[in-house]
Ligand binder design. Structure first.
Ligand code: PDD
Length: 329
């Protein structure tokens, strides 16, 4: 049974009682049970997603088991943050999508204005504060499971909008802990591939060590973290690894560099020896959804003074100002 509010596919709120009492028992009835049995709070409509030309409630969006994305991880993706209703660095994200698609010889089935129209429609159908657009394009559904790419396979396009918790800068100051791990991934990490099993393995290892993330090192050089780029600060100089096939060219990375330089800070893009992690005054992880997170403990060692450093504070102030301006533009 489809919830009546879902069938209209319009951005709206409706009054919901508790999950136990909701006649539809629909995933969309995510009312806040914590507030009591008959909470009667206004709950949000189930997320609406885009799949191959259609806008659907998320629970009704289905992909074939023969989709090459499902069978081989044969696809690419993007995550685009949205602040104050505006996608951040949209052009750069679509440029990177195109680069990923070119690298894997996957035809981009949509023009920029078509992508834009889908994003606008989904943002409209999924209202909220800070959000992130997730899109993925796979090589599509093949008649049989075969690595070779048959002629006429049409890419599968999936887009959804996720709510992102608003950055809590006060909370972030406490920092996060990480471990250092050998980067055993492939030599095509510049592709934003949906095949993320190596990243998952490394993240699992980090979580089993009861830390949030891992900083990766290949041949003695820092590459990135499992889902973010790495920055170091030493004696007032901010450094980050040079772009290469060993890391994803983060849009946040580029923005942080641009904003730091525009505000008189010194940034170097260079090879970073893993030993520098031990003497760094500050270490940051950057990504679209994490923004700029200070690492205050790496393996058994405290980084800097064990709390977010002064350059992190400067950078976060600059970055949040940029976000506000974007929302007001
Ligand atoms: N991850 N490196 C890796 C391996 C990543 O997966 C990401 C992003 C980044 C940072 O890129 P950007 O600044 O453009 O977000 C670096 C996204 C957020 C994810 O997979 O959810």
């Amino acid at each position: 049974m489809v919830h009546p509010a879902v069938s209209s596919l319009r951005p709206q709120l409706w009054l919901c009682f508790s999950l136990q009492t909701c006649a539809y028992k629909h995933e969309s009835c995510a009312c806040f049970r914590d507030t009591g049995e008959q909470c009667g709070v206004v709950a949000r409509l189930e997320a609406v997603v885009y799949l191959d030309g259609e806008y659907l409630p998320r629970s009704q969006a289905k992909v074939s088991v023969l989709d090459r994305g499902f069978l081989f991880g044969d696809g690419v993706y993007e995550v685009i943050p949205v602040f104050g209703g505006r996608p951040l660095r949209l052009r750069e994200h679509l440029d990177r999508l195109q680069r990923s698609m070119d690298r894997v010889s996957l035809h981009n089935p949509l023009t920029r204005s078509q992508w834009q129209r889908i994003f606008d429609a989904l943002l409209d159908k999924n209202p909220g504060d800070d959000r992130a657009i997730y899109l993925q394009v796979t090589r599509g559904v093949a008649p049989i499971r075969d690595l070779s790419v048959g002629a006429g396979t049409r890419p599968t396009v999936f887009v959804m909008v996720n709510e992102v918790r608003q950055a809590d800068y006060a909370g972030l100051q406490a920092g996060i802990s990480a471990i250092k791990v050998e980067d055993f991934r492939w030599k095509a990490c510049d592709i934003k591939s949906i095949s993320l099993i190596a990243n998952v393995m490394i993240r699992l290892r980090a979580n089993q060590s009861e830390v949030v993330d891992a900083i990766l090192v290949r041949d003695g050089l820092v590459t990135e973290a499992t889902a973010s780029n790495v920055f170091l600060v030493n004696r007032g100089i901010i450094s980050t690894p040079t772009k290469s096939e060993h890391l994803l060219a983060g849009i946040t990375r580029d923005l942080v560099i641009e904003l730091a330089r525009a505000n008189g800070l010194t940034v170097e893009e260079r090879d970073i020896d893993e030993n520098e992690l031990e003497t760094a005054d500050e270490i940051w992880l950057t990504s679209s959804t994490r923004e700029i997170a200070p690492v205050v403990r790496l393996d058994d060692r405290v980084v800097g003074h064990g709390v977010a450093g002064e350059y992190w504070k400067k950078m976060v102030t600059i970055y949040s100002h940029y976000k506000r301006e974007l929302g007001n533009a």
